[in-house]
Design a protein around this ligand. Sequence first.
Ligand code: NAP
Length: 300
Amino acid sequence: MRIFITGAGGFIAGSLLKQAPPDCEICAQTRGLPLWAREGLRWWRADPCDPSEMTAVLTEARPQAILHTAALANIDYCEQHPDEARAVNVEVTGTVAEYAANSGAKLVFLSTDNVFDGERGLYQEHDPPSPIHVYGETKSEAEALVTALPNGVVARVAVVTGLPALGRGNSFLAWMLRKLEAGEEVGVPANEIRTSIDAITVARALLELAGNDFSGIIHLAGNDRLNRFEMVQRIALRLGYDPALIVSNDPTVLPGRAPRPMDISLDNQLARRVLRTPMLGLEAALALITENRGDVSPRE
Ligand SMILES: NC(=O)c1ccc[n+]([C@@H]2O[C@H](COP(=O)([O-])OP(=O)(O)OC[C@H]3O[C@@H](n4cnc5c(N)ncnc54)[C@H](OP(=O)(O)O)[C@@H]3O)[C@@H](O)[C@H]2O)c1
């Protein structure tokens, strides 16, 4: 099986590269430098925003499946730069979807729980998107390009917990551990409810989706529905930090912060039914993270 990963320098992509079985050929597209070497892994340096460059790379790579992770995933940045957000999150998905349509390659697109407005929670796959910020709007627009494909998959991913397996990327946990290590407080809102998933489980599920015959929308989310304050307190405690350093804040007073949906917990029953990869509760997810990364072992 040959899989093409877009945005391979990112957080979730790093986990995909590490979790891919050794017999899986990986074509990794990045704008940066190769981050890792192993047999069957080839890096392609390309700008996904240049449609002809991206299509040429895909055509040369001839993948059976594409895991499209490349995106502008910073909600506040997207709010302040809507044209750039649309160019990366929608137009690049259009380029990749067109290649998939012409070649027959399976396309697995990483979407988000942030396509929902958060007024209700426990969203199911058939619930209509109702985004309240630019990031959510762009991901929702991109979803429509992928669901139009006969073998397109929209994987709506909940907030991801974990440390970057390679490179840097967009890891909340890495940022939080740096603060806790320095004895600094970490402020998180108590009114935002999420069903977080760990980076290892999400990578395993995405790789499974690349290789199986599922198409359509699927929610990849953990089994525990928690507010972010409680979730982060439990993570700090599990990793041996003082939970008193986790403080509840009011996000509406933070300058430059885009609005956030309140309860975008995802119902993961479909994933639990159709995937071999188990969806986990927070404790099991943290055990998996600590088993796989020596540097996040619980402190003495
Ligand atoms: N992390 C989460 O909690 C979470 C939750 C739900 C959904 N998602 C989705 O999962 C995907 C991966 O997220 P992530 O957390 O791994 O994000 P990330 O660490 O920021 O990685 C995204 C990658 O996209 C590429 N990229 C970023 N800006 C770009 C630009 N202007 N032009 C072209 N390529 C650009 C970069 O790849 P290169 O550096 O290799 O070029 C970057 O490393 C995204 O689609 C995101 O929407 C993430």
